[in-house]
Each structure stands twice: as C-alpha cells, then as structure tokens.
Design a protein. Structure first.
Length: 131
C-alpha cells in the first residue's frame, strides 16, 4: 500500500523522514489541523484497515514501550508535543483480510493481537517533531 495525498510528500523525500509541518502539530495551537490520510493500492480482499499514530522514540527512555497517540480500526472502504530532542512519529496503515471483532474499549495490544496473521499490506508515513 502507499500513501496517496500529495501534501504528505514532505515525509517521503529520498526515503528519509522530514520535519512534520507546524500546521499539523501542537505548535500551531488552536489552528492545528490533522493531516488528511489517503491511501492507494489496497490489496485485493481487504475487508478493513487499521491506522495507528505513535511515537516510537519514547522507547529510548529505558522502556520497551512506545506511545500510541491514537488508533482507528475497522475502517471500511478503500496531541501532546514531544519535549526535548526530535521524536519520530509514524502513521501506520494496515490492510486486513478481516474485520476486527473488538469493542471501543480495545487497547493497542488487543488490536495488534487481533491483526496478527491478517495483514496482506501495510503503509508507513513517518516524520519528526519537537517543541
């Protein structure tokens, strides 16, 4: 799968993560907007998709865990700023050959476990940000 929004090209140049534009971050204050995720080339047989937005750099703080800022699952059809040094943020989009039978109370671990073995495609969008 690949990301389809031309506005998000800033994250893909030369395969390196670029700085997330301020308008998509807490630096924009009340004027902040969310990027509009669009994707293409979804594998045949996809029943739903999962979108995770996370900060894997927190794991550098002597922990195996990272921070999930938000997640959306069972998408049908085709926050807090990081203090200190730059953090990488990733939007991970997963095509699934099933629909997840989970409630709104599902945790990231629940979603990841339910997705296991049902991922025919994945797309990643990454960028960096700091306060």
């Amino acid at each position: 799968m690949k990301w389809g929004n031309a506005e998000q090209v800033w994250l893909k140049r030369r395969g390196k993560p670029y700085i997330i534009p301020d308008k998509f971050t807490s630096k924009a204050g009340p004027a902040a907007v969310s990027p509009k995720p669009e994707w293409a080339n979804v594998p045949m047989g996809t029943m739903s998709v999962v979108l995770l937005f996370r900060d894997p750099d927190v794991a550098l703080q002597k922990s195996m865990n990272d921070v999930t800022h938000w997640m959306v699952f069972n998408i049908t059809g085709p926050g807090a700023g990081a203090a200190g040094p730059y953090h990488h943020y990733t939007f991970e989009l997963f095509a699934l050959d099933t629909t997840l039978e989970l409630t709104d109370a599902a945790t990231r671990a629940d979603v990841v476990k339910a997705m296991d073995g049902h991922i025919p495609g994945k797309g990643v969008l990454a960028g960096r940000f700091h306060q």
